[in-house]
Write a protein that binds this ligand. Structure first.
Ligand code: CTP
Length: 403
């Protein structure tokens, strides 16, 4: 999954021949899972039609302050457009538009939107080689750079003029790859390794039966995705579940029993920076596993259980540089129990789930949690989707790690 998935990308098209490539660029962004809106300078419509770009982006294309098709009674709100965008990508960026951007000129909708946008701005210059090298263009580059705008450098090759040199707009695939790499590079967990456990464990009784629980694994998978969205390399050790993730930074390590989860987690713990144990691990397992299916005989049947190894506790004992997070599912004296676990298992943070809260716990897509930190800070949260809870948790971890 691309880091651009679900991002709102505003594509600004200006009047250069490379504008014809923006059809392909829009396709690439869509393929990456982004939402696209396009804003064009009036002159760029001579190079590619708004109809092409609106069809491909599945959104109206904006090129003037008012909507001509609507007798100019509809105001195209540049502020809204600028604020909608998570990223503003201007491709191709002509010398003219860059100079206007650099100097605060605001004589078309694209430029007004540029001045209104608060998000990161990328621009992919495209022009003839002498224009590209011109001092005035360099001044534009420097000024835009000083505003924090990011240049996607032009490449060398044959230009529309027939001359060969620098000035060709980067290819659409390369523009997308450049932006993805740039975002990843700046993410707060870039280069960090995060272990997440998820789902239930199944403890075998015989070849066909097991003791398990109703954990869906959803919370753990959401945490793994949230950590990966911050740039972390995630090792997701999961018990049996139907959950899936296609995030390129998440590697799923499927396990079945508590012992397998223990072994797999310990394999990766040494080099990890953060470990978040959200799995509902069985606390007990059958002492004996029958090698053949157990036949029914007496009217009652007793299974002797023995304790499984406490993965979280063992990680707490071996803790080095890792930031360790546990979960506690409680029904009474919640805070007291959770704080007790935080201390006894040597955790940095514990996520408390109270079964008394409606919408929290197993099998639902929402959760209501309280974070308790090592310094005894208690942070209560509203009932939220598990995806939101996962984001809140990662934010809280980042805050604590950087404190
Ligand atoms: N956990 C673990 N290994 C186990 C059992 C639990 O790593 N064998 C982890 C869970 O992933 C969770 C936390 O420990 O992060 C839950 O703590 P635990 O004390 O086991 O909670 P409960 O099972 O609720 O304990 P109790 O029944 O004593 O309340």
């Amino acid at each position: 999954m691309s880091i651009l998935k679900d991002k709102n990308i505003l594509l600004g098209v200006t009047a250069g021949i490379a504008a014809y490539k923006t059809a392909h660029l829009v396709r690439q962004f869509i393929k990456a899972g982004a939402n696209i809106k396009v804003v064009m300078t009036p002159a760029s419509k001579d190079f590619i039609t708004p109809l092409t770009l609106s069809t491909l982006s599945k959104n109206p294309v904006y090129s003037s302050f008012t909507n001509e098709d609507d007798d100019n009674t509809m105001w195209n709100n540049h502020v809204e457009l600028g604020l909608w965008a998570d990223l503003f990508v201007i491709a191709p960026a002509t010398a003219n538009t860059m100079s206007k951007m650099a100097n605060g000129t605001c004589d078309n909708l694209l430029l007004a939107t540029y001045l209104s946008a608060k998000c990161p701005v990328y621009f992919a210059p495209a022009m003839d080689l002498d224009m590209y090298k011109h001092e005035s263009t360099k001044i534009s580059f420097d000024k835009l750079n000083s505003f924090g705008n990011i240049i996607i450098p032009a490449t060398s090759g044959e230009l529309a003029s027939g001359l060969v040199g620098e000035g060709r707009m980067a290819e659409p695939e390369d523009i997308v790859a450049f932006i993805e790499a740039d975002i990843l590079d700046k993410l707060p967990l870039k280069g960090k390794k995060v272990i997440v456990t998820a789902g239930p464990t199944y403890e075998a009784l015989d070849p066909v039966r097991f003791i398990g629980n109703h954990s869906s694994g959803k919370m753990g998978f959401e945490i793994a995705n949230a950590a990966a969205n911050l740039g972390a390399e995630v090792i997701l050790v999961s018990g049996p579940t139907h959950q899936k993730t296609s995030h390129s930074l998440v590697k799923v390590h499927p396990v079945v029993s508590a012992q397998e989860m223990y072994d797999e987690v310990h394999k990766h713990y040494k080099g990890a920076d953060i470990a978040i144990l959200s799995a509902a691990v069985a606390d007990y397992r059958p002492k004996e596993i029958a090698d053949k299916k157990i036949k029914k005989s007496d009217s009652t049947f007793t299974i002797e259980l023995e304790k499984t190894k406490d993965i979280l506790k063992s990680l707490g004992q071996q803790k080095d540089q890792q930031f360790l997070v546990g979960f506690a599912l409680e029904t009474n004296n919640e805070l007291e129990h959770a704080k007790g676990k935080l201390e006894s298992k040597n955790l940095d943070l514990i996520v408390l789930n109270s079964l008394r809260d409606k919408g929290a716990g197993f099998g639902v897509s929402t959760n209501k949690v309280t974070f308790i930190t090592k310094s005894n800070e208690v942070i209560e949260n509203e009932l939220k989707s598990k995806a939101e809870v996962a984001k809140d948790l990662m934010y809280q971890i980042l805050k604590q790690v950087n404190a």
